[in-house]
Design a protein around this ligand. Structure first.
Ligand SMILES: [Zn+2]
Length: 329
C-alpha cells in the first residue's frame, strides 16, 4: 500500500487514533484462530516452491527495496520480464512487456512520477471482456534504518500474480486477462493511475474488472480480505460462494465508511479503477507490525500460509472470470 496509508496506519499503530475509531465490523480474532495456517498445507493450484522462491528473490537485499527510478527497481523489472518470457506469455503491447509512463503533478507541491508498468495478456479474444489482475512491484527503497525489503508489500502479490499467469495458461479463462505489474504504487498509486488514464487501445472499451493483489502473505490469523463488495454489492454472492472453498478465511470488508481509517477502498492500485467506475476486488491481509518497516522481510512469511493465500487468490480469480464472462453473455 502507499505512503498516505502508511501515515494513517502509523497513527493507528501508535494508538493515537485507535481509541477514537473502532471498527464495528472488525472480526473477532478468536473466530479465525482455527484457520491459523502454520499447519502443513499442500498447494492445490500452483507451484508453492516456485511462488515462495519468487517472493524470496524479489525481497532480497539485491533489489534494494525496489524504489521507483532506482537501480533495485530496474533489477526487479528485469527479473519479472525474465519470468514472463520463461512462461511464454504474450506482452499486451506490440513493443514488449514494458509500458513506460509519466504522470503530471497530481497536486501542487507534488511532482509528477515516471515509471514503467509491465503488461501481459492471455486469451485475447476480440470483443471479450477484459479483467486486469494487478500487483505493484515497487516499494519504498532504502533509508537510514536499512533496506525496506517489502516481502509482504508487495513481493507477495507479484509472486501470486506470476502463479496466476501459470494457472491460466493451463486453464484457459473465459475472458481476456491482462496481468499488470504496476510501478510507483508507493509514489501515489501512479502506475495504475497512468494505466487507467491512458488505457491501451488493445483493451479499448472492454475493461470490465480489476482484481488487485497487495500484501497477500502475512495472514497471521489465517484471514485475507476481499475489499470492494460495499461498492459492488452484486459481488457479495460471488465472494460468499468462493469463501466456502478457500484455504484461508476470505472475509468481506475494509471498504465502507464504517471502517473509518481502515477503509482500504482507495489505498492501492484498485483505486483508479474504482474511480473510473470499474468493478474491483482487492485482496489483502490485515496490517502487521512490520508494515512499511525494514522488518517486512522474507523470514516473516510462513510458507504454508502463503501457499494457502496463493490458492485463495486463484480461486477468487477463477470465480471472477466466470462472473464477468456470464455477465457479458
Ligand atoms: Zn503495497
Amino acid at each position: 500500500m502507499e505512503f498516505s496509508a502508511l501515515m494513517i496506519r502509523s497513527f493507528l499503530a501508535a494508538g493515537l487514533l485507535a481509541a477514537a475509531c473502532s471498527s464495528p465490523s472488525a472480526p473477532d480474532p478468536a473466530a479465525t484462530e482455527t484457520a491459523t495456517a502454520t499447519h502443513a498445507y499442500t498447494a492445490r493450484y500452483h507451484d508453492s516452491a516456485r511462488a515462495l522462491s519468487a517472493l524470496e528473490t524479489l525481497s532480497s537485499d539485491d533489489f534494494e527495496g525496489r524504489l521507483t527510478g532506482e537501480p533495485g527497481n530496474l533489477k526487479a523489472r528485469e527479473w519479472i520480464i525474465d519470468q514472463l518470457q520463461a512462461r511464454g506469455v504474450d506482452p499486451l503491447l506490440d513493443g514488449g512487456f514494458e509500458a513506460p509512463f509519466e504522470t503530471a503533478s497530481l497536486s501542487e507541491g507534488r511532482e509528477g512520477v515516471s515509471g514503467t508498468n509491465l503488461l501481459a495478456i492471455i486469451n485475447d479474444e476480440p470483443g471479450a471482456p477484459v479483467i486486469v489482475m494487478s500487483a505493484h512491484y515497487d516499494h519504498v527503497g532504502m533509508g537510514e534504518d536499512g533496506i525496506y525489503n517489502g516481502a509482504d508489500d508487495n513481493a507477495s502479490g507479484v509472486a501470486a500474480l506470476l502463479e496466476a499467469i501459470s494457472w491460466f495458461q493451463q486453464n484457459a479463462p473465459e475472458t481476456t486477462l491482462v496481468f499488470a505489474f504496476f510501478d510507483a504504487e508507493e509514489m501515489g498509486i501512479a502506475g495504475s493511475a497512468a494505466f487507467v488514464h491512458d488505457l491501451p487501445e488493445q483493451i479499448g472499451d472492454r475493461l470490465a474488472f480489476n482484481l488487485n493483489l497487495d500484501m497477500v502473505s502475512r495472514a497471521d490469523k489465517g484471514e485475507i480480505f476481499a475489499v470492494g463488495t460495499y461498492h459492488y454489492p452484486e459481488l457479495v454472492p460471488l465472494i460468499d460462494a468462493v469463501a466456502a472453498e478457500t484455504p484461508l478465511t476470505l472475509s468481506k470488508g475494509h471498504d465502507s465508511p464504517e471502517w473509518g481509517n481502515q477503509d482500504w477502498s482507495t489505498l492501492s492500485d484498485h483505486a483508479p479503477f474504482l474511480r473510473a467506475g470499474v468493478p474491483i476486488i482487492y485482496l489483502g491481509v490485515e496490517d502487521h507490525a512490520d508494515y512499511h518497516k525494514v522488518t517486512d522481510t522474507f523470514d516473516k512469511v510462513d510458507p504454508n500460509t502463503f501457499a494457502r493465500s496463493v490458492d485463495t487468490v486463484l480461486l477468487v480469480a477463477e470465480a471472477i472470470d466466470e462472473h464477468v464472462a456470464s455477465d457479458a453473455e
